[in-house]
Design a protein around this ligand. Structure first.
Ligand code: SF4
Length: 398
């Protein structure tokens, strides 16, 4: 890809994959598919001074269709799918310790996965094996959806629109190509690249009509939208785990103690009589202190959510940049607001997810689900970082 230079002295450059996407869109033999991450809908209008009320997900779907994408889907669907797999995996590890160690770490942030593999490789087995939502989505598109369309999945070009730079490397990992001989996701573009494409296509966001994401793999619950904010993956997983354990729907907001912008949060929840100790951290400085405390035995948890970017993906490295201003919190509020307004707030209630399991995947952690939706974190090498632990002493919880 072409590189765009932002650094005033030209020492740093940002990878730009928009030319690859435009090439695929121009090729009549390629079936182009876009998917949009939860956090993108809170920020894609910022570069044009358009508020989230106007730069909606409906107008985003229209913009991508106008660019020429054959199908436009919502990664939120796969966030619900990730929760089904990850919540099942957590309960499985709690019941069968031989299936994987606790605490289980969330694995949907590739910035965090790379940090862990580089700095704390001894904890790799603690990562959930569930792929991140956009990777699960790519695998479902190139298996289930390709079969539905009766097309060769190798003719598909899946583009993930993400608030994230680390996902560009994630989609190129060898264990993220399970549906066919090609990668599950072909290209990741950031919100900044999306906005460049909007400009190049001369689209006026406010003038676009709203449209819906394509079916049958776009329906999503409030639990999926909050993936974009710190604490959201944890809360979404606990809602579904609670239902699995008790058979009852969780009360709205019963797991809200892990929300908020504090860098390291912890809580204990009662899961049908079993106390579940959880922690949530965002930002790699907070992560470092949490892992040092964990390894020294100072703290004990069963389930830990980590996001590399402060505030989670709402503050992601691929989001629009505003000099001297951090918008992670306000974007996160947009996502929590969408969850509050959602008719369905629990991943297990998503009818499209229920249909995907009954028609194709059978059940969470089934053989097919393991093949398509899980990855082997030991299957690729991350260069070990210099001994950063020597530079920073562990601190107590903030
Ligand atoms: Fe990417 Fe940052 Fe979100 Fe991690 S927290 S998935 S690095 S945007």
């Amino acid at each position: 890809g072409q590189c765009i230079t932002h650094c005033p002295v030209g020492a740093l450059s940002e990878r730009d994959d928009t030319a690859r996407v435009f090439d695929a869109l121009a090729d009549p033999d390629v079936i182009t598919i876009a998917q949009v991450a939860p956090a993108v809908r809170s920020s894609w209008g910022e570069a044009f001074g358009v508020s989230p009320d106007v730069a909606t997900e409906g107008r985003l779907a229209t913009a991508l269709k106008r660019m020429g994408f054959d199908y436009v889907f919502d990664t939120d669907f796969a966030a619900d799918l990730t929760i089904m797999e990850e919540a099942s995996e957590l309960l499985d590890r709690m019941q069968h310790p031989e299936h994987g160690p606790l605490p289980m770490f969330t694995s949907c942030c590739p910035g965090w996965v790379r940090y862990l593999k580089g700095h704390y490789p001894e904890l790799t087995a603690n990562l959930s094996t569930s792929k991140s939502p956009h990777q699960m989505f790519g695998a479902v598109v190139k298996s289930f959806f390709a079969e539905r369309l009766c097309v060769d999945p190798r003719k598909m070009f899946v583009v993930s629109v993400m608030p994230c730079l680390a996902k560009k490397a994630e989609c190129e990992e060898p264990n993220q190509a399970d549906a066919c001989e090609a990668p599950d996701v072909d290209c990741v573009i950031t919100v900044r690249e999306l906005d460049r494409m909007v400009s190049e296509e001369h689209l006026d966001i406010a003038m676009l009509p709203e449209s819906e994401f394509d079916k049958p793999i776009s329906e999503a619950t409030g639990a999926a939208v909050i993936f974009g904010a710190t604490g959201g993956v944890m809360e979404a997983a606990l809602r579904t785990a609670y239902h699995t354990v008790t058979g009852e729907a969780p009360k709205p907001d019963m797991f809200s103690d892990v929300r908020g912008m504090k860098g390291w949060k912890e809580a204990t929840f009662n899961m049908a009589g079993t106390p579940l100790h959880v922690a949530v951290a965002s930002g790699l400085g907070n992560t470092h202190h949490l892992l040092e405390a964990l390894e020294s035995g100072e703290v004990h948890y069963d389930f830990i959510e980590i996001m590399a970017c402060p505030g989670g993906c709402a503050g992601g490295g691929g989001q629009p940049i505003h000099d001297g201003e951090e918008r992670a919190e306000s974007r996160g509020e947009v996502l929590w607001g969408l969850d509050r307004k959602a008719d369905l707030r629990n991943s297990y209630e998503n009818p499209s997810i229920q249909a995907l399991y009954s028609e194709y995947l059978e059940e969470p952690l089934s053989e097919r689900a393991e093949h398509l939706l899980h990855t082997d974190h030991f299957g690729w090498d991350m260069p070990l970082a210099p001994d950063v632990k020597a530079f920073s002493k562990p601190q107590s919880k903030v």
